[in-house]
Design a protein around this ligand. Sequence first.
Ligand SMILES: Nc1ncnc2c1ncn2[C@@H]1O[C@H](COP(=O)(O)OP(=O)(O)OP(=O)(O)O)[C@@H](O)[C@H]1O
Ligand SMILES: [Mg+2]
Length: 265
Amino acid sequence: MASERIFIQAIRRYCADHGIAVDVHASGWLVAMRRGKTRRFAFGYDIGLNSAIAHRLANDKSATAEALALEGVPCIPHHLFLNPKLGKNVVGPTWRGAMLELLHGHPQGVVVKPNEGTSGRSVFKVTTEAELDHAVGEVFSMSAGLVISPYVAIEDEVRVVLLDDVPLVVYGKQRGRDWRHNLDAGAKPVLLESGEVRTACVKLAIEAARAIGIAFASIDVVRVDADWCVLEINSGVMMESLAKLHPELVQATYDAALDRVFAGR
Ligand SMILES: Nc1ncnc2c1ncn2[C@@H]1O[C@H](COP(=O)(O)OP(=O)(O)OP(=O)(O)O)[C@@H](O)[C@H]1O
Ligand SMILES: [Mg+2]
């Protein structure tokens, strides 16, 4: 059997220490917790602290970018294209033309990826029409929506885990050989010392969290041309790779979140 996710191990540890009964369902995706009459669930990497709407906005890269832009929070634009397989009533005939316009409007290239993230899988950098068609085919083979962003040269990428405006974890993603910063793609997490960079990232992450009303989230911010802007917000806080280097920090973060889950209203 594959070993249990860190997320589940952390929940088990917390529950054991707090007299909470825990049931992990077969796939490991659903966790049911009970203390007395209080019933709580965790699902996927969602610990249950965020409102339904905040969760939906965060899970949708284009909705996140729109909501942040409305609040004047700097972010990478994400243009949404729905899968033509959804039908002619949903998706008009002009989608490919609009994609080509975006491609030709950005000589440095564009990035094509699923609207709902997949830990860096199916993220394509595209500079030609042939590459665009290939990327779009790949993403639409598995996703209902894709997003196109201008390709930007990311100088640094930082992840901030926030619980109610409090930064619990802040780390930089040190890229491997790939152009992407996903830890799954070999990037290494390096905790940030207090200082100018950390302060700037935390401030921006808090603005972003407030803009969509999210309580517990990991927020990715990137430095482009010396300025910080938001790349994405994840409503599920996944720390599988970070836990290999900093297990206590990861446990403490989930502990703080679970304290909130069981604090009552
Ligand atoms: N517009 C862009 N320009 C340059 N690099 C990008 C751009 N968009 C994404 N990237 C790189 O690709 C990586 C993955 O992109 P992103 O985080 O948006 O998708 P994801 O990882 O699939 O989503 P999720 O984290 O929600 O699963 C980023 O960490 C970043 O390094
Ligand atoms: Mg990501």
